[in-house]
Ligand binder design. Structure first.
Ligand SMILES: [Zn+2]
Length: 44
């Protein structure tokens, strides 16, 4: 799922699956479609 977040008055789009952030919603959605990292072991 892509979540919208605001930081320093800039809107970012974050892939909830892996935590990657994008400044473009379509980029985030395209990434999410290919993101299968559903168990990010580096986030503890
Ligand atoms: Zn991702």
């Amino acid at each position: 799922m892509v979540v919208q977040t605001e930081r320093d008055e800039v809107t970012w789009y974050k892939c909830e699956t892996c935590g990657l952030m994008f400044d473009d919603q379509s980029d985030a959605r395209q990434h999410e479609e290919n993101c299968d990292d559903e168990d990010p072991s580096y986030i503890q």
